[in-house]
Design a protein around this ligand. Structure first.
Ligand code: AP5
Ligand code: MG
Length: 215
């Protein structure tokens, strides 16, 4: 299965993608994670991306296209993937088409995780990521047991540099202006599926699986 996740910052793209990856062996391809990795490694690409990320703006289309084309060409993507955070403007959606054609694949669905923008600030300011496994947690919503399990295993709970209120507000604006038009783009292509993204993480996952026809 090959899908795109659409959804605002904090809508749960990463959370739900991690679950599909664990249960169905789909590769989660998060341009945000790949870019943060490049920034942490101090590569030239990371240096070019960093200022836009810190400002909550999109990194240029050519940088992310290069990253995504390279990642999709790898062997482990042949069994299916979730594009988490790509495309996020109309140009990127158009750029993706020849990349998929080159590897002889096409999309099965574009899934919109639909969440009221009002609840996103709390999800994003409370987000923490395990330094060892990348597991996503939240100081407001995760259980104490889940948080303790990370530290007991020697992981640290890291807060993302762009998860502060000013940058989150900017990211939400960018989403509304540049990414939301993709909902219509994929609806016209007959690929759009909408999943209500509010409520318990497991309930949302059940809705997602049934929308995708997974048991
Ligand atoms: P990216 O990393 O993609 O960030 P984003 O789109 O802002 O999305 P998030 O990762 O913040 O949200 P998410 O939907 O994954 O939510 P999560 O599951 O973590 O991009 C970062 C930056 O990189 C961009 O600003 C840009 O600069 C650059 N970039 C990336 N891709 C690019 C591209 N294609 N082009 C150009 N630039 C690009 O959940 C959030 C929190 O909520 C977690 O703590 C989680 O535990 C919690 N949570 C999840 N579900 C629930 C629930 N149901 N109830 C309670 N809490 C929940
Ligand atoms: Mg994410």
């Amino acid at each position: 299965m090959r899908i795109v996740f659409l959804g605002a910052p904090g809508s749960g793209k990463g959370t739900q993608a991690q679950k599909l990856m664990a249960d169905y062996g789909l590769q989660q391809i998060s341009t945000g994670d790949l870019l943060r990795g490049a920034v942490a490694a101090g590569s030239e690409l990371g240096q070019r991306a960093k200022s836009a990320m810190d400002a909550g703006e999109l990194v240029t289309d050519d940088i992310v296209l290069g990253i995504i084309a390279e990642r999709l060409a790898q062997d482990d993507c042949k069994t299916g993937f979730i594009l988490d955070g790509y495309p996020r403007n109309l140009q990127q959606a158009k750029d993706l088409e020849p990349v998929l054609a080159d590897i002889g694949q096409s999309l099965d669905a574009a899934v919109l995780l639909n969440v009221d923008l009002d609840i996103l600030m709390k999800r994003l300011t409370g987000r923490r990521t395990c330094s060892k496994t990348g597991k996503l947690l939240n100081i407001h919503f995760s259980s104490q047991e889940e948080m303790d399990a990370v530290t007991a295993a020697g992981g640290e709970l890291i807060q993302r540099a762009d998860d502060n209120e000013d940058t989150i507000a900017k990211r939400l604006n960018v989403y509304r202006e540049q990414t939301e038009p993709l909902i219509e783009f994929y609806r016209s292509a007959g690929l759009l599926k909408t999943v209500e993204g509010e409520g318990d993480i497991e309930e949302i996952y059940s809705r997602l699986k049934s929308t995708l026809g997974l048991s």
